[in-house]
Design a binder for this molecule. Sequence first.
Ligand code: ADP
Ligand code: ZN
Ligand code: MG
Length: 495
Amino acid sequence: MAKSAPESVAIAPEVLAKYETVIGLEVHVQLLTNSKIFCACSTHFGDPPNTNVCPVCLGLPGTLPVLNKRAVELGIRASLALNCTVHEHSRFARKNYFYPDLPKGYQISQYELPLATNGWIEIDHDGAKKRIGITRLHLEEDAAKNLHEGFSQSATKAYIDYNRCGTPLSEIVSEPDMRAPEEAYAYLTTLRQIMLYTGVSDCNMEEGSLRCDANVSVRLRGAKEFGTKVEVKNLNSFRYLQKALEYEVERHIGVLESGGRIAQETRLWHQNENCTVSMRSKEKAHDYRYFPEPDLLPVHVSAAWREDVLRTLPELPEAKRARFMITYGITPQDAVLSTSTRARADFFENTIAAKVANPQVAANWIQTELLRRLNESGKEIEASPISPRELAELIDLVESGKITASIGKKVFATMFESGRNANEIVATEGLAQINDASALERAAREVIEKNSDNVAKFKSGNEGVFKFFVGQVMRATRGQANPQVVNDILRKLLS
Ligand code: ADP
Ligand code: ZN
Ligand code: MG
């Protein structure tokens, strides 16, 4: 495999600033069905190669496709969540080309009559909101998967796994509305979140259920026409999407600044070399000889069906964020974190419902202690060993002053590890906060007696030593003393 060296060199910021970036994304989302789009074969990921196949998805002559209704329903669901117009009539078309992963010699897709068009989503970039248009959403079947072994020309072997062939996809094409790689990153993140919220896809990038091709061009600021675009493929992570776009923007500007022109082509991102490499020219547009698929009826989505699907849509992330800020008075940042997944949002609301007076306090516990521990143990919030009700109980112990904040954190850790509940841990381990002034005064007097040198320092004006006394009393009470009471007593005894 020939590899050309990276073509871009560092470009001065003032030169970069002369140009505006234009980006549009084409995203393939695998629809979460049990069976394939035109046959009953399983879509289960990771099964032994070529075990989920039948004459239909192997493209054997004489077979006929039968449309999976659930795939259409998920497509409608996605379209509505992306604010698209779902068309009453759409149609499948054959996209003809030859490749070993496409046994029929054509892919069944939608072309001039897609399922839905003309939508938008709102992205958050640098604290500002921006609408990105969605041109279309159409349904299509996936191709098989090619696996290559060996890299020298002579030793290369290619294997084909037809399990993926016929898996339902929706392709979501954006308008060229993004103006920076970070906006593309934000768009894909937002799109993925919506697909997860609506249960349209599991959006697992490693398993290929979310795939993204990026189109990018640059133009002089103020120019009316778009520049020539390049399509970048093989972007199998969010980070690579952003890095590949950053690389392309600089490459385009470098070429234009040196008097060259951008070739319209498809390029591949090479993650190890951190660069894109030309794959094929797009100067001569592919002629796929699209024509209406004669083996399938046109797709009919009645208004009633569309309404039914609309009714089952959950509250979407953007609406949830707004509601959380208004209803619970939490910060915008906490609203973003609390709604990052539906499960997190539910956890937060269930915690509050289990009687937490101050929602911000619940948000803080979840955002810091809970998410940190879940993260460390590689668990999702769905598998949290602490339930919302149990967390609410702990929060109540701390907020009502029955235990101190620092003991609260320790109790939390014990709860997380053992699954025991807060009241029980506090009772059996005797962790209740000590408010009893006479007991605390005794402890304070003991500390003062043992540290006459520090007493002298404090009396000679060294205020910093006060913290030492507080620390010693807290230690003597295993962190259980009410810090305010300890403070008051020490002030009294030392003055
Ligand atoms: P093609 O016919 O090459 O597939 P399309 O017009 O269908 O091109 O657009 C494909 C994608 O490229 C869309 O997401 C669109 O927003 C984006 N796009 C179109 N023109 C440009 C451009 N000049 N720069 C960046 N992206 C573009
Ligand atoms: Zn099949
Ligand atoms: Mg196109």
